[in-house]
Ligand binder design. Structure first.
Ligand code: BEZ
Length: 257
């Protein structure tokens, strides 16, 4: 996979594992929805450090993990030496033998050419094969990104381009159908998520997930700018227990015709 911003990896693999254990914990119901069967061949697209790939393997499937980040794949290989992981571009990958299922958690929203991704997934599946995934949906992180863009405007800065794609359920279903899938299940729901490892709140979140927005800014501007992001986001996202991200999920199961 290649991401929008040159040189930007989604986030580093250390952070992915230690700070974002919720990616894995909250991914378990998606593995249940996939319901991998012993002996089935499953491809995990955007597998990160491989935690859910390992859960799929634990259920007896033969699984291949693909991710665009070499650092993630290196860590996945070190953690799960019995599983095959490779670096690859989700927009443009091919497989030698088609799979029973393609699975993807919290990765598709980093891919800016959805039709290319869906077409590659279709080609990687057997007829009747399933595509089971969860991603950020329309309105995902709206409070976070509004605070961010407002702060940029207040400081007279050009609004940064955000590297994510958060489609509505109708839009993504249309794309799936146009590429030859039957949509069997489509869910769209809020998932407020504690930003446990962002003690600095929304500003930390910007640093972690949209670092390219800070490229080229005067170093002494960054702190006050991110502080302003915090002030703007706090009424909606700061709780007594800590900061919450306003995540919205799009979850689907589709079958290749
Ligand atoms: C998400 O999982 O929805 C997400 C994570 C980081 C940045 C943007 C979205």
């Amino acid at each position: 996979m290649r991401y929008d911003t040159p040189g930007l990896e989604r986030w580093n693999s250390r952070v992915h594992d230690s700070s974002f254990g919720y990616v894995s914990t909250q991914g378990e119901p998606l593995v249940d929805l996939l319901d991998p069967q012993p002996g089935e061949r499953v491809l995990d697209l955007g597998c990160g450090t491989g935690v859910l790939t390992a859960q799929i393997a634990f259920r007896g499937a033969e699984v291949l993990g693909i991710d665009g980040s070499g650092a993630m794949i290196e860590k996945a290989l070190a953690q799960y030496p019995g599983i095959t992981f490779i670096v690859g571009d989700a927009h443009d990958f091919t497989v030698a033998r088609p799979y029973d299922a393609v699975f993807s958690n919290a990765a598709l929203h980093w891919m800016n050419r959805p039709d290319a991704v869906i077409a590659s997934v279709r080609e990687a599946l057997l007829p009747g094969g399933r595509f089971v995934a969860e991603m950020g949906g329309a309105g995902n992180c709206a409070e976070l990104t509004t605070a961010m863009l407002t702060a940029w405007r207040e400081y007279g800065l050009r609004e940064p381009e955000l590297p994510w794609y958060f489609p509505s359920p109708a839009e993504y279903a249309r794309r799936l159908e146009a590429e030859g899938f039957v949509v069997r299940l489509l869910e769209y729901f809020d998932r407020p998520t504690p930003l446990e490892e962002c003690p600095g709140g929304a500003g930390d979140w910007v640093r972690m997930f949209a670092p390219s927005a800070l490229d080229g800014l005067a170093p002494d501007l960054v702190e006050p700018l991110l502080q302003r992001v915090n002030e703007l986001a706090a009424p909606a996202l700061r709780r007594e227990s800590g900061w919450m991200a306003d995540y919205v999920r799009l979850r689907f199961a589709a079958v290749r015709r």
